[in-house]
Structures are given as C-alpha cells and as structure tokens.
Design a protein around this ligand. Sequence first.
Ligand code: SF4
Ligand code: SF4
Length: 61
Amino acid sequence: MILTNKVLCDLCGNCVAVCPQSCIEINHYCLKISHEQCIECQNCVAVCPSAALKQVQDDKN
Ligand code: SF4
Ligand code: SF4
C-alpha cells in the first residue's frame, strides 16, 4: 500500500500525472489514493520531489 505523508506533500501534482490507474486525486488541498485501484507500480513514489510517498507492507495479508 502507498502511504502519503501529508506534512511533506506540497500538492505539486506530479504523482497524479503519472498514475496509470488514475487513482490519485487532489481534493480540497488533500491528496487521496484509492487503494482498491492501485497496482503498486510505484510511479508516484519515483516522481515525488518531496519524498512524501512510500510503499509499506499491507497488513491485510
Ligand atoms: S503505485 Fe502506481 S497505481 Fe498506485 S497510486 Fe502510485 S502511481 Fe498509482
Ligand atoms: S508528487 Fe509528492 S509532493 Fe507532489 S502531489 Fe504527489 S505526493 Fe504530493
């Protein structure tokens, strides 16, 4: 699962632009990832200039 650090995120929109699933949105100055649609490609992690995104192990397994 991809987690967002809201303190580090400056809402630049880079991650939204590169997500193949279009599952990231910026809404009311808050970044929201739809985890059901995410395929964990990590495109968003790679382009984030603020290191605000990271992949973590999903506890559901
Ligand atoms: S890991 Fe890939 S699919 Fe998931 S939110 Fe990031 S860019 Fe989108
Ligand atoms: S790329 Fe990083 S800083 Fe930019 S909107 Fe996405 S999470 Fe926020």
